[in-house]
Design a protein around this ligand. Structure first.
Ligand code: GDP
Ligand code: IMO
Ligand code: MG
Length: 427
């Protein structure tokens, strides 16, 4: 089964990076197809911790070709900073391929991201401030700068002028900010050309040819289902397609080549930034989940909002993505609770909803209907088979599988590459 999509089932930070890395040895390509350096994947290998933002997690596996697809927005300063940081630690990044059609995050996108958030005030999204939304807005508005444009100075200048035209009016007249000069942007982008040129290619051709030759390709989503611009909790979402379908538009590989869809799902739920979150905890349990799970953002360091497992969201993710396998992560974090609530449905103004309500207003009012499962107190981080888990932990995994809409094929019991119980082969 050579083409696999791996997505997040909740609001991000489910452990996609670790799951991708754990499959790494079986993969020929790992493709990032959406988002940019708003992502933060922490991968722990042999006691070394790596925080990846823009590079696909396959970068840590020798022999695996990492690819940045056309659906990604690339901050070139961050790209080279990340490559240099990894190279200094002995990671070979020379195989990296970057799509000529990927869009560039320019400094003005970061400025617009920050001022927009400030002006939204209470209605802010809580973005990562990396310029992601404004870069995608320019793409859809057809005033984006693509990686290939950087190789033609005349075109680049024209495109930057086009992109800055309206923005400078906005910045100066509405936001009371300094207008941004075309030259400073063009000069900065031209400064990357020599390093960039050898990495850039038609990644769509390379991937489809690879699949024709029987190579194994994994498409790794940034963000997650509930942050998807179409299927998430709009407007509290990111600006790209983080669900499985995005793997096709974001890479140039057609839907009928995809065999397997893996969704990574945490044994509880977290969210960073604003927006609805029915199982969110504002009490000691929430703080305890944050502490035990080290739930602080990889990208911005913000404390993550924490809550119990939400089965309607898992079922929704299973449906929207066509999930074949769940990877359940961070089961070890739940060690030490006597009883663990699991949300199986919502109550909206006295009416039970087994699925996510149709309207955002209802979702904002949704309160969880909980079932309570027995907890366990044993350290499970050394378990490598389901049978080694305490009986209550086994029952928790089984109960989650029963309510989540697809089989659970692996269970994470710690942050390291090997802290994983594999139940079914996924590749
Ligand atoms: P991603 O954005 O989906 O790749 O996830 P992040 O890396 O942002 O957040 C997941 C965090 O959980 C990271 O710090 C991982 O090292 C850690 N992690 C992943 N799987 C497990 C697990 O099974 N148990 C524990 N304790 N930590 C895990
Ligand atoms: P990974 O790949 C968690 C959230 C932000 C904000 C919203 C929009 O590590 O799972 P953006 O900067 O994308 O315009 O912000 O999306 N967000 C994430 N939350 N994990 C991520 O990535 C995220 N990427 C964006 O907090 O609420
Ligand atoms: Mg993350």
């Amino acid at each position: 089964m050579p083409a696999i999509v791996l997505v997040g089932a909740q609001w991000g930070d489910e452990g996609k990076g670790k799951a991708t890395d754990a499959l790494g040895a079986q993969l020929d390509y790992v493709v990032k197809f959406n988002g940019g350096n708003n992502a933060g994947h922490t991968v722990v290998v042999g006691g070394e911790t790596y925080a990846l933002h823009l590079l696909p997690s396959g970068i840590l596996t020798p022999g695996c070709t990492p690819v940045i697809g056309n659906g990604v927005v690339v901050d070139l300063a961050v790209l080279f900073e990340e490559i240099d940081g990894l190279t200094a630690r002995g990671v070979d990044c020379s195989a990296l391929r970057v799509s000529a059609n990927a869009h560039v995050i320019a400094p003005y996108h970061r400025v617009v991201d920050k001022v927009t958030e400030r002006f939204l005030g209470k209605r802010r999204i809580g973005t990562t401030g990396r310029g992601i939304g404004p870069a995608y807005a320019d793409k859809i508005n057809r005033v984006g700068v693509r990686i290939q444009d950087v190789f033609d100075e005349g075109i680049l200048r024209q495109k930057v002028e086009g992109a800055l035209d309206q923005k400078n009016h906005l910045l100066a007249k509405v936001y009371n900010r300094r207008a941004i000069g075309v030259d400073e942007i063009v000069d900065e982008l031209l400064g990357y050309v020599d390093r960039l040129r050898p990495m850039v290619c038609d990644t769509g051709i390379e991937l489809v040819r690879g699949l024709d030759e029987g190579k194994t390709v994994l498409f790794e989503a940034g963000q997650a289902t509930m942050l998807d611009v179409d299927h998430g909790t709009y407007p509290f979402v990111t600006s790209s397609s983080a669900t499985a379908a995005g793997a096709c538009t974001g890479s140039g590989v057609p839907p009928n080549r995809i065999d397997t869809v893996i969704a990574v799902v945490k044994a509880y739920t977290t969210r960073v930034g604003e927006g609805p979150f029915p199982t969110e905890l504002h009490d000691e349990d929430g703080q305890r989940l944050r502490q035990q799970g080290a739930e602080f953002g990889t990208t911005t360091g913000r404390p993550r909002r924490c809550g119990w497992y939400d089965a309607p969201i898992a079922r929704y993710a299973a449906r929207v993505n066509g999930v074949t396998d769940f990877v359940l992560t961070k089961l070890d974090v739940l060690t030490g609770w006597d009883r663990i609530p699991v949300c199986v449905a919502y109550d909206v103004d006295g009416v039970r909803h087994d699925e996510i309500p149709m309207t955002q207003s209802d979702f904002h009012h949704a309160t969880p209907v909980y079932e309570h499962l027995d907890g366990w107190s044993e350290d499970i981080s050394g378990c490598r088979t389901l049978e080694e888990l305490p009986k209550a932990a086994q029952r928790y995994v089984q109960a989650l599988e029963d309510v989540s809409g697809a089989r659970i094929s692996a269970v994470g019991v710690g942050p390291s590459r090997d802290d994983l119980i594999v139940l079914h082969d996924m590749v």
